[in-house]
Design a protein around this ligand. Sequence first.
Ligand SMILES: C[S@@+](CC[C@H](N)C(=O)[O-])C[C@H]1O[C@@H](n2cnc3c(N)ncnc32)[C@H](O)[C@@H]1O
Length: 433
Amino acid sequence: MTDIPPTLTPNDAVGLPARAAALDLLIAALGGRAGMDEGLSHPALAALPARDRAFARALVMATLRYLGPIDSALQAKVKKAPPDKVVQILRLGVAQVFVLKTPPHAAVTTSVDLVAQDKGLAMFKGLVNAVLRGLIREPPEMDDPELMAPSWLYARWRAAFGAEAARGIAAAIAQEPATDLSLKDAARAAGLATALEATVLPGGSLRTTKRGDLATWPEFAEGAWWVQDAAAAIPARLLDVRAGQTALDMCAAPGGKTLQLAAAGAQVTAVDRAPARLKRVAENLARTGLTAETVTSDAAIWNDRRTFDAVLLDAPCSATGTFRRHPDVLWAAKPSDVAGLAAVQSKLLDAAARRTKAGGRLVYCVCSLEPEEGEGQVAAFLGRTPEMSLDPIGAGEGGTPKASVRPDGTLRILPQHMDGGMDGFYVARFRKG
Ligand SMILES: C[S@@+](CC[C@H](N)C(=O)[O-])C[C@H]1O[C@@H](n2cnc3c(N)ncnc32)[C@H](O)[C@@H]1O
């Protein structure tokens, strides 16, 4: 389930530095808006030997995946909340014992040592020792689906998709995902699948359980593939662009969908308002040898008169569908974010409609599980944009799982719709005129 290296001895001499790095990483992941991405570039992690780095990363991911059950267990034992750093040390301790199955004495000793490293917290050594030992004596419930996500989110999923689907989403939070790759040349799928120890998924993505530094994998440097979740690869395929057609990717960075459109032969314009993120699009284009025009602008007010055969709007969203690789998003999201983002999405949808040529196609997607960002957007958009109509998506199209197709031909992709999981997405396709 986790990528903890089998050779690791959790209580060996290097155990404490790995756990100290995990503590820094956890604090960064839960503190910053960039979450886990920010945490993974933390210097404390880079300074560790590869084996310890893998342990620290596995420990933080285990803690974030099981944060709900861990906090519920701690709340039952800790009457008065200790300082935040002690809470994080306790969370890591519980994750070691009950998720990674680290020998309990190693988890307790290193947790107490972590507290002792901070002179200002030394008085909490006894508390950490007592709480962890108490939980080891009376193991907590770690598999209650309703504890896997914040209760407000779980309640929303149950209301929107039903009790069984909400349990399925929660079960996916616990699973370590495989890595999905999109190919520059679909005709090379069989050969690349062998080289990358992968299987070919219905839409043509590859799925590999390989781990470690991607840059060392076959044909990374040559740009034959890029990392893209199987669900994230569906929207661009649904535009079905042909060589020579023009395509606009309105929120393009880091560029997975731009690369797909360019690989299909379209003349692509990639817009993103964040210059640093757009730089990553340029890097990905350079590595894969694909071309696209890149534009730094707010796509809602982009000062350009062109219209396009195909328009893709992968709008900024709460990203609650990406929890398989970013479990921190579930705990960073706030109910008020959803309403704010829905307003931005609706402005961007209006701009996307203006950019679509008569007879052209527009695909709208969000990596969110929240209906206001998906189903709700579409009903309102159609109501105020009579020149656009829904272009229903069929099961199998672009790798669409049958279970994801709604009666109106839009897609509500849930993580459990594919064996081994996929990110949560909402996708709708429109035609102009
Ligand atoms: C979900 S991500 C896009 C992922 C990308 N389509 C891919 O497949 O790699 C959303 C992007 O929208 C950008 N963004 C947010 N608001 C925007 C706006 N008003 N105009 C243009 N880009 C925007 C963000 O900088 C971010 O890169």
